[in-house]
Design a protein around this ligand. Structure first.
Ligand SMILES: Nc1c(NC[C@H](O)[C@H](O)[C@H](O)CO)[nH]c(=O)[nH]c1=O
Ligand SMILES: CC(=O)[C@@H](O)COP(=O)(O)O
Length: 232
């Protein structure tokens, strides 16, 4: 598995027109796993800038590539805001055929995931808004406050009879994206966009998992990436 990931990364690097790797020597300090993987593949000499053999070139490229990834293992101290839309909470409360509340299930999943990765309750602030359309403006404000390392946005948009669904779903998605871009703080999209309530329930702790929890894990990884690798 690790070899496959390394092969993918290395071939992407070698085949990219923009890359100009230095193939001038062989770096034998590469980790053993990379060395053994590298020696098992060949690239045609025509792809290499100085005609070096495929074997030595791949050794150097693998050893010098930097990989920056957020970690889920040191989330302690990272601060998160969760912006939750109440919209389908209200709808389900009035519908006696539905025993549960979608938005809250997503929120519970998220809060549980934060705890599982050692984020303290004190480091999480939950902000409720009426609907998913209202999420982006609040996410942007919280991002710009400087008080949080990532903003997790949670909601459930469920298709009705009119085109209103498309307006709300698209606005929420593009709004959360631009909140992240304009604030410089990762804003994670945990808004369900579903054709019906069944799809939503399946994704709020049902047979398709809990998307609130998944989005919380994404928020931790992004917060960690920014905190540990992308800080000025
Ligand atoms: N239909 C859904 C909405 N609609 C409400 C909007 O989000 C918004 O609150 C209203 O248009 C006022 O600006 N919101 C959801 O989160 N989910 C829906 O399915
Ligand atoms: C996505 C929504 O806002 C939804 O409640 C609208 O339903 P409808 O299209 O039937 O008005």
């Amino acid at each position: 598995m690790a070899s496959f990931a390394a092969a993918t990364e290395l071939s992407r690097h070698l085949l990219s027109p923009a890359s100009s790797p230095d193939f001038s020597g062989t770096n034998l300090s590469a980790p053993r796993s990379l060395l053994s993987f590298s020696s098992s593949i060949r690239f045609p000499a025509s792809r290499l800038s100085n005609g070096a053999s495929g074997r030595s070139a791949s050794l150097v490229a693998a050893a010098s590539t930097k990989h920056l990834t957020g970690s889920l293992m040191n989330a302690k101290g990272l601060r998160f805001a969760v912006v939750v839309a109440r919209f389908n909470e209200v709808v389900t409360n009035f519908d006696t055929t539905l025993p549960i509340v979608v938005s809250n299930l997503l929120l519970e999943g998220a809060l549980e995931a934060f705890r599982r990765y050692s984020v303290k309750d004190d480091d999480v602030t939950v902000v409720k808004v009426p609907g998913s359309f209202e999420i982006p403006v609040v996410a942007q404000k919280l991002g710009k406050s400087g008080d949080f390392d990532a903003i997790l946005c949670i909601g459930a948009v469920i298709r009705g009879d009119t085109t209103h669904y498309d307006a709300v779903a698209n606005s929420a998605a593009s709004g959360v994206l631009s909140a992240g871009l304009s604030s410089g703080v990762p804003c994670v999209f945990g808004v369900l966009t579903c054709d019906d309530m069944d799809q939503a329930l399946n994704r709020a702790g049902g047979k398709s998992g809990n998307k609130g929890a998944e989005a919380a894990v994404t928020a931790i990884e992004m917060a960690s990436l920014f905190e540990h690798h992308l800080k000025k």
